[in-house]
Design a protein around this ligand. Structure first.
Ligand code: SAM
Length: 207
């Protein structure tokens, strides 16, 4: 996974590569898919949701430029894998999941694997989590129709927002960096995420 999927596609940050090597991805997928845990694809985790493809996790993490002690918000906990990668890099992580079963399962898993410092919040995270702001990095791991201004507002000066933006079926991974009240936007990769459902995302029931 590290050499064929990540290095070969341009992931260069050794700290990110090392985190992806060390965090046991097979613990974050259902037992029936364990043998496929390191394959080059997303995997179903129940409730119609997925753990993202390894390359996408690495690309988002690299773009977020996490430094130890950074406060990071993830929206879309899913299995908890992305949150564990961020914590492994030394971030103080808050992660939000709208599906209560996924949130509870991820919370238990993260505690069991030694990532009990991650705060898992079971609610719509499309508007972020103002009580924890400002954040050095916000990663949205579900597809948004547009960049929610409220997420930009919750970034610290110098903060990075990594978010897939587009239609329900095709998005571009965007890196939005905050400089004072100004934003710089960089398109990273084409991607396909499940939808961000909620107040600042898509309405419930979209497909
Ligand atoms: N980052 C996850 C991981 O490492 O396993 C994968 C995330 S999965 C592609 C997207 C997740 O976003 C789903 O679990 C979905 O329930 C969640 N989601 C969708 N809309 C959300 C919202 N408004 N707030 C919080 N979570 C949301």
């Amino acid at each position: 996974m590290i050499d064929r999927q990540l290095r070969r596609r341009g992931i260069q940050d050794e700290k990110v590569l090392s985190a992806m090597f060390e965090v046991p991805r097979h613990e974050f997928v259902p037992a029936v898919y364990r043998e496929a845990a390191y394959d080059d694809c997303p995997i179903a985790i129940g409730e119609g949701q997925t753990i993202s493809q390894p390359y996408i996790v690495a690309a988002m993490t690299e773009a977020a430029r996490i430094e130890p002690g950074d406060k990071a918000l993830e929206i879309g906990t899913g299995s908890g894998y992305q949150a564990a990668i961020l914590a492994h890099l030394g971030a103080r992580v808050i992660t939000m999941e709208r599906n209560p079963w996924l949130a509870a399962t991820a919370r238990e898993r993260l505690v069991r694997l030694g990532y009990g410092g991650i705060q898992v919040i079971a609610e719509d995270g499309s508007g972020g989590y103002a009580a924890g702001a400002p954040y050095a990095a916000i990663l949205v791991t579900a597809a948004a129709p547009k960049v929610p201004q409220v997420l930009f507002d919750q970034l610290d000066d110098g903060g990075r927002l990594v978010i897939p933006v587009g239609t329900l079926h095709q998005q571009v991974l965007e890196l939005i960096s905050k400089h004072g009240d100004k934003a710089s936007v960089c398109d990273l990769d084409p991607c396909q995420f499940v939808p961000l459902i909620g107040k600042e995302g898509w309405p419930e029931g979209v497909r």
